[in-house]
Design a protein around this ligand. Sequence first.
Ligand code: NAD
Length: 346
Amino acid sequence: MNNLMGQSDFRLLITGGAGFIGSALVNYLLEHTQHKLLVLDKLTYAANLAEVQRFKAEPRITLVQGDICDANLLQTLFASFAPSAIMHLAAESHVDNSINAPAAFIQTNIAGTYTLLDAARRYWQTLSATAQQAFRFQHVSTDEVFGDLAPDAQPFSEITAYAPSSPYAASKASSDHLVRAWHRTYGLPVIISNCSNNYGPGQHREKLIPKTISNALAGLPIPIYGNGQQRRDWLFVNDHVAALYLVLTRGRVGETYCIGGQNERTNLELVQQICDILDELAPVGFCKLSAGQRYRQFIQFVADRPGHDQRYAIDSGKLQAELGWQPAESLSSGLLKTVKAYCAAR
Ligand code: NAD
């Protein structure tokens, strides 16, 4: 599937294309390719409605508000759009919500992925041998499926055993297993990627970085779970979507690719770095700090999340060696862009 970018007859079905990563992916595809896009999204609370409005005006995008659990809808869309490939991002994605109300995670992430896989298989089996070979089902997953990493352990890689901790991670792990089963059993040409924490403009305010920025700017407490020593690896969202397209077009069928930014930080270090950027930028029109005060003063430690994993870290060596991927953004440059974007959007 090399050199596809200019092909206008390449048709991509993107689930969850109105979400944080999905909308960044759609923007990447609009900028870098000529493909026709069908965005299927339920438009839950997590969807980015400003992006949805822009997508509605874009002739290369067909936007369908619908549920990946709706088998009849999927059958109709496969028949009418005839996708060359699927990039599956639709999911319930917030760990805290999965602890408070897991049912939607089981429904969308597991049953929804099953329904999509089965609709894709039925459609794929109607294709010519050449089209079958070229078809891809790309499943976008998370490093959280690997569970809690010991402080001195090697980063996760493609051969790390699954040990999910939260209902969210368990539902994503289940969906990964289903995708592999559809490859092994039915021969569906799948590719999976497991990525570390994404950040960037347009993320929902429930997530750590947007919440930190918006609370700091409002002069509200910035909550940090437990002692803030949980370690995460952070990747700028545009680097993730570039990796996804590379994996789709040049990755090997049936393989998994780990994607990460090699930016391991404790949550406390990350939040402090954001506060320091805000001190530097001193944006006007927001909460005023008195002379000598700093945004770090709003940091407040709160009761830890149940079952909270202490560490995630990911080794992207395979993606780098096989496909030549490198993230363009450092954590400092990505965070600066992100903070500026949130200040501008308020
Ligand atoms: P998000 O919550 O911002 O967006 C999810 C999108 O899926 C929303 O637009 C929502 O409306 C849609 N959706 C939810 N249920 C649906 C359903 N039943 N049918 C159709 N659409 C539905 O999530 P995100 O952060 O953009 O994550 C996208 C994907 O990437 C997810 O699969 C997630 O597990 C994975 N991922 C996320 C991260 C991260 O740090 N955000 C890291 C690694 C992997």
